[in-house]
Design a protein around this ligand. Structure first.
Ligand SMILES: Nc1nc2c(c(=O)[nH]1)N[C@H]1C(S)=C(S)[C@@H](COP(=O)(O)OP(=O)(O)OC[C@H]3O[C@@H](n4cnc5c(=O)[nH]c(N)nc54)[C@H](O)[C@@H]3O)O[C@H]1N2
Ligand SMILES: Nc1nc2c(c(=O)[nH]1)N[C@H]1C(S)=C(S)[C@@H](COP(=O)(O)OP(=O)(O)OC[C@H]3O[C@@H](n4cnc5c(=O)[nH]c(N)nc54)[C@H](O)[C@@H]3O)O[C@H]1N2
Ligand code: SF4
Ligand SMILES: [Mo]
Length: 718
């Protein structure tokens, strides 16, 4: 039913990564051709071009699998869907009876399943609050923090921008090409570019101003920019007066960050800080597009808040930057999730809420009144991270039983153990669980720790109604064009199968995803069959122009953070590594710069991609490489006080001296599986091994780990 017919054209969105390139698919003379939907911005990359190698790969999981031996040395056997769902439902029900529903935790990447809201719906009806998503490290964190300032996630309008400020983003035809085209178009129109990045990347080399900042010090730079803008009276007085609260407190706070102090912290010339602050304030329509660097720093809440504050005090909100607020029409993921079904006493059990309330149910509750005032019952779960458990604390609970036993874990389109800090702890947590279910394409390191692995369909093999997060003010449709291989199924099939078997059939009355899509579209008064041939169905903004904060204004001084016992203003805190011995760990790590030929932990098994980058590579400054006798192509070990990884050396002039660049997400699918065999190399190569989840390496407000840099390391040949 999904196979495209000769002469037909379908629209879809690639989700091999989260770049979201819109595509048109046609079949001509028996060949399926995928092409960018917009010929003027031909965004597509080799991951999508090689889709057949991915979808028809012999290693793809095509039937449900059950581990019939041990967690450490698993042996997987094929079972039927009915057997798998029956057994999972039975085991989960028994654990819920023994420990309470909160014993189930779930990690999910909705972008990878094309479906948002239904997993939360299942959890809310079951009674567990322990959900989290890797999006916490990518946009989800930003969304919660933006909300403290302007009530919603902030979006930049590239079409009007005359100045772009990038914090680390390095775009290319292989890494988020869609944004590369936005950048090119803006540059051709004459827009200026400031790049804040320790490395001289290709994007940095294009910039009008490149600030080669010291790792993890972006908050200090931003506070100094605000200092200059306030001191030199460059802010938008009318906007600040009419639309914001807390300017006096903010002005006082930034007194602590004169450019000279930031210059010392950031390793940037004070005059360059002044010059770039003026450039920003004098622009007509500046944008600071979202970038992931701010989401994964030890001062991330302050970085994200300070960026939002800058946009506001310079009057760019409503001009080149927008906080659109929730939209109505087709049901949002928040409505689908049916949060009202989860009793207050179960919400109160959310793991990590006591220490990190902003992203938990306690944070969400702070917006209830603002939402009621616009006629909505429940504040939006903007990016699937507004009411979440704290990942590191969940792993700890799985391992130790504290604060209570978490004995069941479901991982949905997410390579969970490799996607946070302290991979070892996550592994120990998984090993201690009584039930682990993984919904996947491959036998990933996470899947290797499962009791049941369930085969998921791919974006090429399914029709979806999205988006999986509530940021966008439109319902979006994507069409499959190839039949699901083997017995691969969509996520609704799995959730419905479990709900039916666990007495929750009333919450999932729709027989299949199409009946369910009709329910989602009910309020838009169309059926899925009527609507899906268009790429998107616009929704209506629930409260255009309103800021859904408790005060109804942009909160430069956050009443929500104050209420939650956190610092209401941004700051820069030096997160010193305990007991750092410079003679043992002389280097500083920068992690995460993305590889062209993979997406996070995925795609390492695709032949055309893997031949381009067969091994994990650490970038070393050429002088350091010479001093340490590390030839390009040789193997080395990089060790932090937390763990060590093996990589191939690449001497790279863009890498600042005294620093090492570590990639994210390496494992080798061809290596032996199972914990006793090192989980196909995950324990040897992944960045999550090097970064700890201890307090000093976490943002104090959100409790999210620094995974970008600042940790000290040594390097030695092996
Ligand atoms: N091919 C490919 N494309 C991808 C991905 C992939 O895995 N493969 N991943 C996608 C995803 S999920 C994301 S989130 C994006 C991420 O892509 P980007 O937004 O580009 O982010 P990063 O890759 O984290 O880092 C980019 C730059 O941040 C710099 N940096 C490191 N530490 C700091 C710091 O403390 N401050 C500042 N200002 N800069 C710093 C690094 O030197 C690097 O040049 O890429 C997406 N695109
Ligand atoms: N240590 C560390 N952790 C990080 C980061 C980092 O730099 N370092 N980066 C963070 C960032 S920016 C992001 S965006 C997240 C990304 O987090 P994820 O989205 O979880 O990233 P992936 O590593 O691609 O893992 C996704 C898994 O889902 C599977 N999958 C893909 N598509 C489908 C599908 O259609 N159906 C099913 N059933 N499965 C599918 C893939 O096979 C893959 O194993 O990770 C975050 N975590
Ligand atoms: S950048 Fe490549 S993998 Fe990512 S969405 Fe676009 S085509 Fe797909
Ligand atoms: Mo990301």
């Amino acid at each position: 039913m999904y196979a495209i017919q000769e002469g037909e054209t379908r629209h879809t969105t690639c989700v091999f990564c989260d770049g979201g390139c819109p595509l048109l698919v046609t079949k001509r003379e028996g060949e399926i051709i995928i092409a960018p939907a917009n010929p003027n911005a031909p965004a597509i990359c080799s991951k999508a071009i090689n889709w057949k190698e991915y979808c028809f790969h012999p290693d793809r999981i095509t039937t449900p699998l059950k581990n019939i031996v041990t967690r450490t040395e698993p042996v997987f056997e094929q079972i039927s869907w009915d057997e798998a769902l029956d057994e999972i439902a039975d085991k989960l029900s028994a654990l819920v009876t023994q420990y309470g529903p909160e014993t189930l935790a779930v990690a999910e990447m909705t972008g990878n399943t094309g479906m948002g809201g239904i997993t939360r719906r299942f959890m809310n009806h079951l009674g567990t609050p322990n959900y989290f998503s890797p999006l916490l490290l990518c946009v989800g964190n930003t969304a919660q923090v933006h909300r403290t300032v302007n009530g919603w996630y902030n979006t930049a309008n590239w079409n009007v921008a005359d100045l772009i400020v990038y914090f680390g983003q390095d775009r290319s035809t292989e890494r988020w090409p869609r944004e590369l085209y936005n950048l090119k178009a803006a540059r051709e129109r004459g827009a200026k570019l400031i790049v804040v990045d320790p490395r001289t990347t290709k994007t940095a080399a294009l910039a009008d101003e490149h600030l080669a900042i010291r790792y993890g010090t972006d908050a200090a730079l931003l506070l100094a920019w605000i200092n200059v803008i306030v001191e030199e009276d460059l802010y938008d007085h009318d906007f600040v007066e009419e639309q914001t609260i807390g300017f006096a407190e903010l002005s006082e706070r930034v007194q602590q960050y004169p450019p000279e102090r930031a210059a010392e912290i950031c390793g940037i010339d004070a005059e360059a800080i002044r010059r770039t602050a003026r450039m920003y304030a004098h622009a007509q329509a500046a944008i600071i597009p979202w970038g992931v660097v701010g989401d994964m720093q030890a001062n991330s809440t302050s970085v994200i808040r300070a960026q939002a504050i800058l946009r506001s005090i310079c009057g760019f909100m409503g001009k080149s930057e927008f906080a659109l607020g929730p939209s109505i029409g087709a049901k949002s993921n928040t409505e689908i999730a049916d949060f009202g079904a989860l009793p207050q006493e179960q919400r109160a059990k959310q793991i990590g809420m006591d220490r990190y309330p902003l992203m938990s149910f306690a944070g969400l509750a702070c917006y209830e009144e603002a939402y009621r005032a616009i006629g909505l019952d429940i504040p939006s779960d903007i990016a699937t991270c507004s009411a979440t458990a704290h990942p590191q604390s969940v792993f700890k609970a799985m391992e130790t039983g504290e604060p209570y036993p978490v004995k069941a874990f479901i991982s949905v389109g997410n390579n969970t153990i490799m996607s946070y800090a302290d991979q070892e702890q996550a592994i120990r947590g998984f090993a201690a669980c009584e039930l682990v279910v993984v919904y996947e394409h491959w036998m990933t390191p996470t899947a290797q720790l499962a009791d049941y692995v369930l085969p998921g369909d791919a974006w090429t093999e399914r029709n979806t109604l999205g988006p999986g997060i509530d940021i966008a003010p439109a319902a979006t449709f994507n069409q499959g064009f190839s039949e699901p291989i083997g017995e691969c199924k969509d996520w609704y099939f799995v959730i419905k199968g479990l709900a039916d078997r666990m007495g929750m059939e009333d919450a999932f009355p729709w027989a299949d995803n199409y009946e369910y899509f009709d329910y989602v579209l009910e309020d838009a008064h169309v059926t899925y069959a009527e609507a899906y041939t268009k790429p998107a169905l616009p929704k209506k903004l629930a409260a255009p122009g309103k800021f859904l904060t408790p005060s109804g204004k942009i909160e430069l001084y956050s009443s929500v953070l104050e209420k939650l016992g956190c610092d209401p203003l941004p700051s820069y805190i030096e997160h010193a590594e305990p007991d750092w011995d410079q003679s043992r760990y002389p280097f500083v790590i920068y992690a995460g710069t993305r590889d062209d030929a993979s997406y996070n932990t995925n795609h390492h098994q695709i032949p055309s991609l893997r031949t381009r980058l067969p091994e994990p590579v650490v970038f070393v400054n050429p002088e350091d490489a010479e001093a340490y006798k590390l030839a390009t192509g040789s193997w080395c070990r990089v060790t932090t006080s937390h763990g060590s990884v093996e990589m191939q050396v690449l001497a790279d002039t863009a890498q600042p001296q005294g620093t090492l660049r570590i990639p994210h997400g390496w494992w080798k699918p061809e290596r032996p599986q199972g914990l006793n065999n090192g989980l196909s190399g995950a324990v040897l190569y992944n960045d999550g091994v090097l970064f700890c989840g201890d307090d000093w390496n976490l943002d104090p407000v959100q409790g999210l780990p620094n995974l970008r840099g600042g940790i000290h390391a040594r390097i030695e040949a092996i």
